[in-house]
Design a protein around this ligand. Sequence first.
Ligand code: SAH
Length: 328
Amino acid sequence: MDLKLLEYTLRELGEPRYRDRQVWKWAAQGAACFSAMTDLPLSLRQTLSERVPFSTLAPQREDHARDGTVKALLRTTDGRPVEAVLMRYRDGRASMCLSSQSGCPLTCRFCATGQMRFGRNLTASEILDQALALRRAAGGAVNHAVFMGMGEPMLNLDQVLEACERLPQLGVTHRRTAISTVGWIPGIERLAGEPIPIRLALSLHAAEDALRSELMPVNERYPVADVLAACRDYYERKRRRVFIEYVMLAGVNDSHAQAGQLARALDRQAFKVNLIPYNPTGSAYAGSSRKAIAAFKLELERHGITATVRLTRGREIDAACGQLAARS
Ligand code: SAH
């Protein structure tokens, strides 16, 4: 819901400030409309229903995968597509993958979002409305959030952080919130200076500049050594490990030698590696075999680097990493 419009409307109606919190609390706990907010006067519920749209995003479509993953396609009032994904795990984890922009201005070669047109930055309310929509779809608690949907969060950090401030009321603490970046150094530096204890994830995908520039043109601007230095600094200041995301592309970045090279570029205190099986996006690349991924992981571990392989979720509904492109 447009929180600025809500605030404005409540003041205009002469309502006290605590009403803002009251309404937000209901929404954060999964209410689907103003009329459900039973500790608000009936007349106020009716007036709000008329004057404040319950969400800034219109639901367009919801896909459910057999593994419990839900992908929501939503649209802003000016018609921009936004996708958000909910992943549920057997251990009770319910993780929301949120978008910070409609589309993405960067052009990573293997990512579907980079192939669609860039729309615009999303507002904090539009980011929170994705979370509220997923929470309602979950029909229960959510407890993790990652900014790994559409867009580059560091290019819209003010709105992303404003949204993060309110996520704890949905059940997602700052420590269970992660911002993933292509390595936009000004954003990494700024986040390092913020008191909020959010996790940082870096999409690295190659440890040497020539290959990384080929995969991610943004590397021309912020090369590997500089990005890793900024992440090390983040670790020094926050004492929170930075997660390295590394999408495994067959014959491109998955050799034994490249694993060694990656391990030498990192240090074991500051970094943890998350290997991501490639999800098909119609790009020129193919995913590494399971065997190649396992061997790569082993080589990292031999160098003392902690590595995990990301579980692939929601591929059948194009909801997996890199597949968000709002095809409706
Ligand atoms: N722009 C930010 C946030 C998006 S995160 C970033 O790039 O970090 C999306 C994650 O999915 C990134 O790590 C991205 O590199 C990864 N990804 C993109 N395309 C993918 C694909 N086809 N298969 C698997 N992972 C992919």
